[in-house]
Ligand binder design. Structure first.
Ligand SMILES: N[C@@H](CCC(=O)N[C@@H](CS)C(=O)NCC(=O)O)C(=O)O
Length: 241
């Protein structure tokens, strides 16, 4: 049995959900509440970040390590290229996406959405017991402050995150000028990582959240500015998710 400990809202967790479903593996999810998650996560791995995948007595943390683990244990429908050079290229692009896309997207989204508990609380508590939204509502002022602090979310960091994301998207567009995939001639973990970490900007239904029809400002204008550059990731969702 594969068990994914996750936050439904987290795009790093979505990366692993996509990998699991792309490989057609049965798995169960255990949704943890932000704040309360750290006790369970520490017990499993000694560290607090999610996603964590538990399988066969192994607890694997970090989305890229989880994809490597899955490809080793379940090599059918491999997301990692077999050729050594292509494999290294895919890992490099994935690292680039984790650092230069995942983190800025998170800062940009939370900079607006943390002021909207009515949007975020259902995201945090998707598929959770009935009482958790009430629990989280009571804890929300402290939680949002802690999240701002721990993830360095502020107007200043959001400006820097936009610059970083803009540069990352430009780099990806240049790479994709004459090719459908970031690495080699097939869908790999590089494409999956990039598209899933961009996904909160284009709200694909396969992500599993009930997205609001419209995000509040300034997030909606920020995203409109990137919309053309998100088309490729959106298409990958349609074809491979
Ligand atoms: N590099 C990690 C990043 C994961 C990450 O940043 N997880 C966040 C949620 S998006 C988290 O668990 N934060 C709470 C914590 O670290 O305690 C991965 O790829 O899995």
């Amino acid at each position: 049995m594969l068990t994914l400990y996750q936050f439904p809202i987290s795009h790093y967790c979505e990366k692993v959900r996509w990998a699991l479903s792309y490989k057609k593996l049965d798995y169960q999810t255990k949704n943890l509440l932000p704040g309360l998650h750290s006790q369970k996560a520490r017990k499993l791995t000694g560290l607090t970040s999610l996603p964590i995948l538990v399988h066969d007595g192994n607890a694997v943390q970090n989305s890229s390590d989880i994809i490597t683990y899955l490809d080793e244990k379940f090599p059918e429908t491999c997301l990692t290229p077999l050729d050594d050079n292509l494999k290294q290229e895919a890992l490099n692009w994935e690292k680039f996406a984790d650092e230069q896309i995942g983190i800025p997207v998170r800062i940009i989204c939370y900079q607006t959405l943390l002021d909207y508990p009515d949007i975020l609380i259902p995201f945090f508590t998707a598929n959770s017991p009935w009482y958790q939204p009430y629990l989280l509502k009571a804890a929300y002022p402290v939680l949002s402050k802690t999240m701002r602090h721990s993830m360095a979310i502020s107007p200043e960091t959001a400006t820097a995150a936009n610059q970083k994301l803009s540069a990352a998207l430009d780099k990806i567009c240049v790479r994709l000028e004459n090719r459908p995939f970031l690495v080699g001639n097939q869908f790999t973990r590089a494409d999956l990582a990039t598209a899933s970490l961009l996904a909160p900007l284009f709200k694909p239904k396969q992500y599993g959240l009930s997205w609001p029809e419209h995000y509040p400002e300034p997030l909606v204008s920020t995203i409109a500015h990137y919309s053309e550059k998100l088309a490729w990731a959106n298409e990958l969702y349609a074809k491979y998710r």
